[in-house]
Design a protein around this ligand. Structure first.
Ligand SMILES: CC(C)(COP(=O)(O)OP(=O)(O)OC[C@H]1O[C@@H](n2cnc3c(N)ncnc32)[C@H](O)[C@@H]1OP(=O)(O)O)[C@@H](O)C(=O)NCCC(=O)NCCS
Length: 144
């Protein structure tokens, strides 16, 4: 089912192609818009008035505050040492208010992206990004 019955959608959430998303066990705040081919997993909280563009993947353990921009094909990660079987440790990611994540960025587990921070297209974010910082590259570094 593209949008499972256990998804909590705030008022005015726009999902351009409801048949082309995969949302389950998550909550999405009012006024947020979600493009096609987006997956949002169990337990993820997305704030109000966010914009999530097509092909992005928000895994369990991710929290997105209000007015966050997420470009196309942004990948969040929650398992630092993935393996086929056995125990794994979920590491959370927090994206604070008004941050912006460029297309194709990978956000490694355990990081916080600060308020108003800007992540360049294609960045691999391996460490916390402070409030208002602009970072890009692999691994992501401060742009001067
Ligand atoms: C990161 C970003 C905000 C920087 O913009 P900016 O401050 O105007 O930066 P500039 O274009 O002046 O570039 C500054 C330097 O950073 C480099 N740079 C810019 N963006 C970069 C990126 N995504 N990855 C790696 N390096 C980048 C430039 O090559 C330049 O390097 P140089 O000084 O050695 O020549 C922007 O380039 C970006 O990636 N925006 C995201 C766009 C996006 O994904 N939109 C989604 C919807 S379409």
């Amino acid at each position: 089912m593209p949008i499972a019955a256990n998804v909590i959608l705030g008022s005015g959430v726009t999902i351009q192609h409801p048949e082309l998303v995969n949302l389950y066990g998550c909550s999405v705040g009012e006024g947020t818009s979600i493009g096609p081919f987006v997956e949002i997993q169990q337990g993820v909280q997305v704030g109000k008035r966010c914009k999530i563009q097509s092909h992005s993947f928000l895994c369990e353990g991710v929290e997105i505050e209000d007015e966050v921009f997420i470009g196309h094909g942004v990948m969040f990660v929650n398992d630092r040492y993935p393996k086929v079987a056995g125990e794994w440790k979920l590491e959370r990611v927090l994206v604070r208010h008004n941050a912006s994540i460029g297309s194709g960025a990978v956000i490694l587990c355990g990081v916080t992206i600060g308020e108003g921070a800007q992540i360049g297209a294609g960045a691999v974010v391996t460490r916390d990004v402070s409030q208002g910082q602009r970072v890009a590259g692999v691994p992501a570094r401060l742009l001067r």
